[in-house]
Design a binder for this molecule. Sequence first.
Ligand SMILES: Cc1cc2nc3c(=O)[nH]c(=O)nc-3n(C[C@H](O)[C@H](O)[C@H](O)COP(=O)(O)OP(=O)(O)OC[C@H]3O[C@@H](n4cnc5c(N)ncnc54)[C@H](O)[C@@H]3O)c2cc1C
Length: 432
Amino acid sequence: MEAKRSIVWFKTDLRISDNETLVKAIQESDEIIPVYIFDEEDFKETVFGTKKIGNIRLNFLLESLTDLQQQLKALGSTLIVLKGNTTDLMSELIKKYNVSKIYCKQEVSYEEKERLAKVEVVAWKLFCTVETFSTSTLFHASDLPFPLKNIPEVFTDFRKKVEKESNVRPISEVPKEIKSPVLPKFELPNFSDFDLNPIEIDARTAFPFKGGETHALNRLNDYLFETNNIQNYKETRNGLVGESYSSKLSTWLTMGCISPKTIYHTIKKYEKEVCSNESTYWLIFELLWRDYFRFMMKKHHQRYFQQFGIKSENIPLHPHNTEVFEKWKNGETGNDFVDANMIELKKTGFMSNRGRQNVASFLHHDLQSDWRYGAAYFEEQLIDYDVCSNWGNWAYLAGVGNDPRGNRKFDTEKQSKQYDPNQTYRKLWLTN
Ligand SMILES: Cc1cc2nc3c(=O)[nH]c(=O)nc-3n(C[C@H](O)[C@H](O)[C@H](O)COP(=O)(O)OP(=O)(O)OC[C@H]3O[C@@H](n4cnc5c(N)ncnc54)[C@H](O)[C@@H]3O)c2cc1C
């Protein structure tokens, strides 16, 4: 009898541990074909004149794929990395390897869902099924105490109900072996294949880390057990300088190099063995924000990409102002706090949460320019860009999302005095 072959389509789940998709595929198949695809659509210019992925995130992604390959190799397999049209490439792979099933991550946002739907159509025509797994949230969608259409619009209502009535699932087992047919040699594309230049990261960065599951797990261990920095997280999380003020886990979470469940269960272990306080809880609290924006995207779909967001009436909207926007982007607005943050973003791909709130509010409320261009620039530039967290937070700050207070404006002058009283942060980024 012919071997049952399945594709494991890696997307933003570039890990071996706590990866239900991979575990299920191994259990149900004789041979696995691990695949990652760079879709050509992701490298075209957006309607906002920005790129969907800039060179800083691409670098992190290439590092993450290299790490995934090393993990797969240790288990007896290898990663096929392709570049082109996902549907066409999947179709070729199904035919070439006689694949009967594709296992992959479930999607919630518009373009990703559309891409998946196209693959499903082509696969069906070739008698190949597609099964998706919900692997990127802390709480599984089917464990929520409400149907998706009734998810509370206000974060606090969502959090309280989920904390009270849902449980985080255990971590999936780590595979011990992966059987694969003979596969081509692992090869990664270069920056030039995407018309991007290799990066030189500024040494002042608050994010001096590498992509990949290995580095994600190291960082988690370091932030908890090695340095105990988590014990002061609630007090330090609004910081601006250095690697210790916050967990810096967002980037690995975005690429799926680590699962939120792994972070949760490691924090629980830390609480049991070392210390449990408000700070250790607070990191879990922040992961709930991440879940919330993901479920909200599932509920409101592409409305998060429209200027009036999930609102429909009486919302003050602003036209795009190219000149003002370019100055904002390049850190040339004349507001030193905003400029320092925008320069950090440009040079490193990272910006603190405090910084993000201020610069987003400034573009919308002070400069009165279309917030979506800011969100699109973040998409290009942020090393931790996540479609749900980015567009959800931007809409929130522009007063067209889920903020119950609405039209929340940050006083950047006051904020800089509070969070950068000695100008340490501004001096770091405004002097060369
Ligand atoms: C305008 C704007 C755009 C943003 N864009 C993104 C984005 O594209 N990707 C992204 O991961 N986060 C985004 N955030 C949320 C937040 O700024 C980052 O998650 C955080 O700064 C990452 O650093 P950290 O991992 O050290 O965070 P920590 O403070 O250590 O938080 C731990 C984790 O909780 C989650 N988290 C914390 N705050 C938020 C939040 N407000 N919304 C959603 N999740 C949160 C993240 O996964 C983060 O890694 C954005 C916030 C704003 C205001």
